[in-house]
Design a protein around this ligand. Structure first.
Ligand SMILES: Nc1ccn([C@@H]2O[C@H](COP(=O)(O)OP(=O)(O)OP(=O)(O)O)[C@@H](O)[C@H]2O)c(=O)n1
Ligand SMILES: [Mg+2]
Length: 472
């Protein structure tokens, strides 16, 4: 055999052996992973059983809100699932709302069919499916009669979770899907026949106005740290009194507050905003800060809790904008900028936070609205937006004048560009400057000047601007 032949044989041998080793290694890891998953499912069920109800059907719902859901599209959806032998139920928040006598704003459905089974079924039935992105989490969205979309999610458990993303495993076990949900009040299912399935005493909690995690609070939080904020949001929605938090929940929240640091600003703001606009917002925010959430949601190291309490107690009844209340915790404009970097406000929200911090010291003036009215008309921002912000500052200070300012119609500046042109002002940047100067003069005179009065002022304005140009 030639040297090349020997070398080829050696290389082939090495390649073969390493490929086999790699195959063996991979299949052992996959095997291990599957084993871990199986074990986890067994354990989950075992752990859940003592705490869960043996017969989960607690009642048959027959309310106007429930009956109102049944239109032609929902009936078609139900009959498709029935024909193919899969179960489908309404899940989570909608069941909670219906049990509270409220019409849910959206419906989530849960099913025993896997996404593949649903896709096959809907394709055979000529039903178009939209939003394919949901599929890896088990959600298929059929569009029935080309009219209404329904989000249907396969029953699942979160096998591996890093607190933000979860690897899911599909199941046909309703109890396990109920167990992976955040709060007992959000863990119920509603059959299309009206049967309410409640494994974890969610309805009892709803009646008791108790917000508690399903099973172990710590486990539920570590599956998705956003649930910390969801806990507080639902507290505001469900509970009739402030400061009656579930002690296990609060302890788990305190120990896991750091997990919020990795949650995106957008998700944080969606929850936080609803907390701030809900019941007991001031008290809830204080509890959140006392339990260490502040730095993870963009608040300063030393948020001004006493200012928050003061503003909440004196102005909480005025339906403050979420940003207005939140700004009470900020000490400086820099704090507002840092907060915006963390939770990414809209342009108006960012402006409002800065405006509140800069303008909250009460303005003394014989005509209390005048400084605000002048600011509204002089500002480079949209006057309607500055007006909204000024109303918020007045509410922040519980000033009785906020309503008057809200009703105040922003007067129209009577001088037009055309008129200035007629009077010999060159169009362009210079005209903009003239207009601003005249506007300020008009605002400083309580918006009472006529076009004639303003035109009398024109030579002086032109002179001042010419002087300024010379100095430059
Ligand atoms: N972090 C989350 C988000 C949602 N869910 C589950 O998914 C359901 C639907 O979620 P979502 O629509 O976000 O909340 P709702 O409870 O429906 O509340 P809302 O009325 O505000 O939509 C919840 O009821 C809950 O069972 C969860 O367990 N954990
Ligand atoms: Mg919902």
């Amino acid at each position: 055999m030639s040297l090349i032949g020997i070398l080829t044989c050696v290389i082939m041998f090495i390649l073969n052996t390493s490929t086999n080793l790699l195959k063996r290694f991979c299949s052992t890891s996959v095997y291990k992973l599957l084993k871990v998953k199986e074990e986890r499912i067994k354990n989950l069920r075992k752990m859940a059983l003592p705490k869960s109800r043996e017969n989960p059907i607690i009642m048959k719902l027959d309310t106007p809100e429930f009956n109102a859901l049944f239109n032609d599209e929902l009936r078609s959806l139900i009959s498709i699932f029935k024909e193919y032998g899969y179960e489908i139920r309404i899940a989570g928040g909608a069941v909670r709302d219906l049990l509270m006598g409220k019409q849910p704003k959206d419906l989530d459905f849960a099913t025993t069919a896997t996404p593949t089974e649903m896709k096959e079924m809907f394709t055979t039935e000529n039903v178009r499916m939209i939003n394919v992105n949901g599929e890896k989490h088990g959600t298929i969205t059929p569009r029935i009669n080309d009219k209404e979309n329904f989000e249907v999610t396969t029953l699942r458990i979160d096998v591996i979770s890093d607190g933000r993303h979860a690897e899911v495993q599909f199941t046909t076990d309703w109890l396990l899907d109920s167990l992976r949900r955040d709060l007992t009040i959000n863990s119920m299912f509603l059959g299309m026949d009206g049967n309410v399935y409640d494994y974890f005493f969610g309805y009892d909690d709803l009646k008791k106005h108790r917000v508690a995690f399903v099973g172990k609070a710590e486990t539920r939080i570590q599956e998705d740290y956003l649930r910390i904020l969801r806990y507080f949001r639902f507290y505001g929605r469900i509970c009739p009194e402030p400061n009656k938090f579930d002690s296990e929940a609060i302890e788990a929240i305190r120990n896991n507050a750091h997990g919020l640091a990795d949650i995106s600003g957008e998700r944080i703001w969606i929850e936080l905003k609803q907390i701030l606009e809900g019941n007991f917002a001031g008290d809830i925010m204080v509890t959140m800060i006392e339990n260490g959430l502040g730095p993870h949601i963009g608040l300063p190291k030393k948020p001004n809790v006493s200012e928050l309490k003061r503003v909440w107690n004196q102005s909480g009844h005025l339906k403050l904008n979420a940003i207005t209340l939140l700004s009470a915790l900020l000490n400086t404009v820099d704090d507002a900028i840092a907060l915006n970097l963390r939770i990414k406000f809209s342009a108006f929200e960012r402006e409002l936070a800065i405006y509140i911090v800069e303008n909250r010291a009460p303005k003394l003036h014989p005509k209390p609205l005048m400084p605000f009215q002048q600011q509204i008309l002089k500002s480079i921002s949209k006057p309607a937006n500055v007006k909204k912000m000024a109303v918020e500052v007045l509410k922040y200070n519980n000033s009785p004048y906020w309503e008057e300012l809200e009703k105040w119609e922003i007067p129209k500046f009577p001088v037009s560009g055309n008129l200035l042109k007629e009077r010999g002002v060159e169009p362009g940047r210079n005209m903009g400057a003239v207009m601003t100067q005249l506007k300020h003069f008009w605002a400083d005179n309580d918006f009472n000047l006529s076009v004639e009065d303003l035109m009398k002022e024109l030579p002086r304005v032109l002179e001042v601007l010419a002087e300024k140009k010379k100095i430059k």
